[in-house]
Write a protein that binds this ligand. Structure first.
Ligand code: MG
Length: 389
């Protein structure tokens, strides 16, 4: 089956956030990356790029090129907050969202046309959805695979939407300069230039063994890319593996009341972090260190993913009560793993519902359910169906 992959890339993300939060900065050259001359530029607004300022440029150099620029420190917390809103907007379209950086993601929308519209319509809705959620613009690339989707999103920036259809792949590869291929660094560019390669299509003239000899394992991938082939799947959510909190006790103790109190404090830290990040977890792990520094951990798997402090505490407490009561402990901690996005199937259904108002909303919900069942198995819908009641 032909895949349809979207690549979403926010436009000058950090700088755009600063312009969003500070109206006087709008339309002005904004350079995010710190105010000290020793730093480098993280992101330059499009206004600053006109002066030749770009990412990774030393700040002192950016100041020479753009002396009247607005130089700002990186406010990572704020960018992450918006990034979470962006990713959860994307997860409203399909569960197959792979975040690849703070402001970039791939979506696999293969087989959703019946439900959501043509690829271009979906691309427009993604852009509208992100704009509605954050007031920020992004560029979208649509193509039969991840590699070409990323190339496509670069083609029209900012606020672009580019589709590479299967019959247009060849033309793109023929024109693509080798240094624009994701994964090709300066070193590889030099090697390939020496082999007479300046565009991706030139790679095809080389023998596979020459490519592998000169460019290593990446040579084989380059050869695939030069034919427009990239079979790598869109892999949903792989960011955090677990969230945990632990603390050394003021003194070694076997007093259950003190241990319980400490456990609740740690459970609250873990629960809050889960909720703040829009996550749930399914495995709770209790960790203890005894006064002789022996470490013990016990885990339990929950019936369904959770992020409630109370539940995490209660499960942790049961694990604690099962342990030898005579041991004196010096450290207690709790963690949760097997993380998944909090936004469940039901929220996605709600979004699908909003997308097409011409029909009875329940028809769309049922169609959405069917699609999800088709693609992810019968059980994928259970939790959503339960929440409906
Ligand atoms: Mg970007």
């Amino acid at each position: 089956m032909n895949r349809i992959i979207l690549h979403i890339d926010m436009d000058a993300f950090y700088a755009s956030v600063e312009q969003l939060d500070h109206a006087p900065f709008r339309g002005k050259p904004v350079i995010v990356g710190g105010t000290s001359n020793r730093g480098v530029v993280s992101t330059a607004s499009y206004e600053a790029r006109k002066f030749g300022v770009h990412s990774a440029m030393p700040i002192f150099q950016a100041k020479q090129k753009c002396p009247h620029g607005i130089f700002l420190p990186v406010r990572m917390m704020r960018y992450k907050e918006l990034s979470r809103q962006i990713m959860s907007t994307l997860e409203g379209f399909t569960p197959l969202v792979e975040q690849i950086s703070i402001d970039e993601a791939y979506l696999d929308i293969s087989g959703t046309e019946r439900l959501l519209g043509t690829p271009v319509e979906i691309g427009c809705r993604v852009k509208e959805g992100i704009k509605a959620a954050t007031s920020l613009s992004c560029s979208v690339g649509i193509a039969p695979n991840k590699f070409l989707a990323k190339i496509a999103s670069e083609m029209k920036k900012p606020d672009g939407l580019t589709i590479i259809r299967p019959d247009g792949v060849q033309g793109v590869i023929d024109r693509l300069p080798i240094e624009k291929v994701p994964g090709v660094g300066e070193k590889t560019v030099l090697i390939l230039r020496n082999l007479g390669v300046s565009r991706l299509v030139d790679v095809r003239r080389l023998h596979e063994h020459t490519l592998i000899e000169k460019a290593g394992k990446f040579g084989r991938r380059l050869l695939d890319l030069s034919k427009g082939i990239d079979t790598s799947p869109v892999l949903p959510y792989t960011e955090a593996k677990s969230i945990s909190s632990e603390d050394t006790l003021p003194e070694d103790t076997d007093d259950m009341e003190i241990l319980k109190r400490q456990l609740l404090i740690q459970a609250e830290l873990v629960g809050r972090k889960l909720r703040k990040n829009g996550l749930k977890g399914s495995t709770v792990t209790l960790k203890l260190k005894s006064s002789d520094f022996k470490q013990t951990s016990r885990s339990v798997t929950l019936d369904e993913p959770a992020n409630s402090t109370n539940l995490i505490y209660e499960r942790g407490l049961r694990l604690l009560q099962d342990l030898d009561a005579s041991t004196r402990f010096r450290l207690i901690g709790i963690g949760i793993s097997n993380l998944s996005p909090e936004k469940g199937v039901i929220e996605q259904l709600n979004l699908f519902k909003k997308l097409d108002v011409r029909e009875d909303p329940w028809v769309n919900v049922e169609r959405a359910m069917d699609t999800i069942k088709d693609r992810f198995g019968k059980n994928a819908i259970k939790r959503g169906a339960h929440d409906l009641g």
